[in-house]
Design a protein around this ligand. Structure first.
Ligand code: G4P
Length: 530
């Protein structure tokens, strides 16, 4: 198959949602309909039972949360689908943000009974800032749900995005019987199956068919017809350009656990979502996916996924060119040449060697190459992508090593976890600091650090909360020395891993006070060069 065709048939996306909206269920059903699994239940089984390959996933099991992200690839009809899984818990939103840099589109799952929830809103903002096209799945229509028109309205008023319904529900809650496909103008009626484990049987007909009237609740059908008329008259028209720009979200209604509307979502999404697009390099060059030279960036690193091997996997999103196993590329941050010998793709916990891959795909490179999150691998040694944003942590703690005899284990483990970006470390050079000061977006990240230090490096640790809640990067307006600042008590300065100065505060009041005392200081929520 020609290179262009390989790229054109790829769809790389993530599913975003507030916890419990149905992301795991939908993932599983997309795999079911995509033909990647024969019987739904495997993903949830993973979620619930976690026949885990690595000890620290015990933590996920204990907490019932998903910490690690995996990438699922499958072929469906003519498409190659890359589904990048993201952790749902808000404490791991940094991890989720990084994954979102690697996708070309997102499916936002909304619990139709609850509407737009906080975490959905946050993740939506990240997608919007990046201009990622967003598709909406209104889930759980089989349960008491908000009126579909209200839900569309909420997308507009709460998220500020135009909504264009691709299908429309016939009834809600107990009366939910199926959906009307507005583009094809046909009705898909569903029957419930036991636990929704197999594909839901469908019957297709027109909105005015007797068959449809027989199988729907008359008032619900009437109401749907009325709403559809209103939509035709006053709703947002389907507009591909606006979808591509992330200004309009195509909306699909359904019920993931009952398989209602999942096939339509999959087909509609694959048809409407964009293939891999060009990305801008740090120097302003536009790198087309069809460009000959290979390029990609690391968006996730994870060690010890399989404790028997103690390996380290760097997940690389391919931006251009063709990946071939054993190829040589430059790790452009260090200028070193590396051979990408051990390349793998994952399917849930299984791995498979990748011999070739294209723009849009994700390959896992196994080995200790010294890659860091955000690093570029390319045949062009000058190429650098600047895709991964850094987030200001919001919780801070000192991590003590209670056993001097095991200092090396403690240090090695921490270094590894820092390189994975699980937490950030700050150094207070002037304070002669020996205990690492760590910053995280949420406290569960600290728990992961402690858990993994112990289970993977056999290193104990003790956490001491630091009395700060806000971090700002700082510089002087006149280029003077940071050391000359007047530091009030309760405020501390330190440097991040790239020796950029930061200041820690206990609250907003402390920031204002610091700014008044130091008119020469300029503060920022993100590092200056990002
Ligand atoms: P998440 O990954 O977004 O956190 O959500 P998840 O898929 O785990 O779904 C959360 C709960 O919502 C699950 O119930 C799931 O079965 C249920 N759910 C998902 N889609 C639908 C739907 O379309 N209709 C209804 N009625 N429920 C849905 P649970 O009780 O937590 O788990 P389980 O007992 O079903 O395994």
């Amino acid at each position: 198959m020609p290179h262009e065709a390989q790229i054109a048939r790829r769809r790389s996306f993530a599913i975003i949602s507030h916890p419990d909206a149905g992301k795991t269920t939908l993932t599983e059903k997309l795999l079911l309909y995509g033909g990647a699994v024969a019987l739904a239940g495997s993903v949830t089984a993973r979620k619930n039972q976690r026949a885990t390959t690595s000890d620290w996933m015990e933590l996920e099991k204990q907490r019932g949360i998903s910490v690690s992200s995996t990438v699922l690839q499958f072929e469906y009809k003519d498409s190659v689908v890359n589904l990048l899984d993201t952790p749902g818990h808000k404490d791991f939103s940094e991890d989720t943000y990084r994954v979102l840099t690697a996708v070309d589109a997102a499916i936002m799952v909304v619990d139709a009974g609850k509407g737009i929830e906080a975490q959905t809103r946050k993740l939506f903002e990240v997608c919007r800032r990046r201009g990622v096209p967003i598709f909406t799945f209104m889930n759980k229509l089989d349960r008491p749900a908000r009126e579909p028109l209200t839900l569309l309205d909420e997308l507009e008023t709460v998220l500020g995005i135009g909504a264009c319904a691709i299908n429309w529900p016939l009834g809600l809650g107990q009366q939910f019987r199926g959906v009307y496909d507005r583009r094809k103008k046909d009705v898909h009626l569903f029957e419930r199956t036991v636990h929704g484990a197999y594909r839901a049987p469908e019957k297709v007909g027109g909105l005015d068919d007797d068959f449809v009237a027989q199988h729907t609740v008359p008032e619900a059908l009437e109401q749907a017809k009325m709403e559809l008329e209103m939509l035709d008259g006053a709703g947002h028209a389907y507009d591909r350009t606006k979808i591509d720009r992330g200004e309009l979200t195509p909306v699909f209604f359904g019920s993931a656990s009952n398989n209602f509307g999942v096939q339509m979502l999959l087909d509609g999404f694959l048809e409407l979502a964009p293939p891999p697009e060009a990305r801008m390099a740090a120097d302003g060059r536009v790198i087309e996916p069809t460009a000959e030279g290979f390029s990609g960036f690391v968006f996730k690193i994870q060690a010890n996924m399989d404790p028997r091997h103690r390996d380290r996997m760097s997940f690389v999103r391919i931006v251009s060119g063709k990946f071939e196993r054993d190829m040589q590329v430059t790790h452009t941050r260090t200028g070193k040449l590396v051979r990408l010998a051990n390349s793998q793709k994952l399917f849930a916990q299984d791995r498979e060697t990748v011999n070739e891959a294209y723009a849009g795909d994700v390959v896992g490179i196994v080995g200790n190459h010294g890659f860091g999150i955000g690093d570029t691998l390319a045949t062009d040694p000058k190429l650098k992508f600047d895709e991964i944003p850094r987030f200001a942590p919001e919780v801070f703690a000192y991590l003590h090593n209670p056993s001097t005899a095991h200092y090396k284990r403690f240090r090695d483990g921490l270094e590894q976890l820092l390189s994975e970006g699980v937490v950030q470390q700050f150094i207070q050079p002037h304070a002669g600091q020996r205990v690492p000061l760590l910053g995280a977006v949420g406290p569960l990240q600290f728990e992961v650090v402690q858990f993994r230090l112990e289970s993977e490096y056999n290193a104990q640790s003790r956490l001491e909360n630091a009395p700060y809640t806000v971090l700002r990067w700082v510089r002087t307006k006149d280029g003077g020395a940071i050391e000359d600042f007047d530091i009030p008590s309760g405020v501390a300065t330190a440097q991040d891993s790239e020796e950029r100065w930061v200041v820690f505060f206990s609250d907003q009041w402390a920031i204002n006070y610091f700014e008044r005392r130091n008119p020469n200081a300029e503060l920022s929520e993100i590092p200056w060069d990002e």
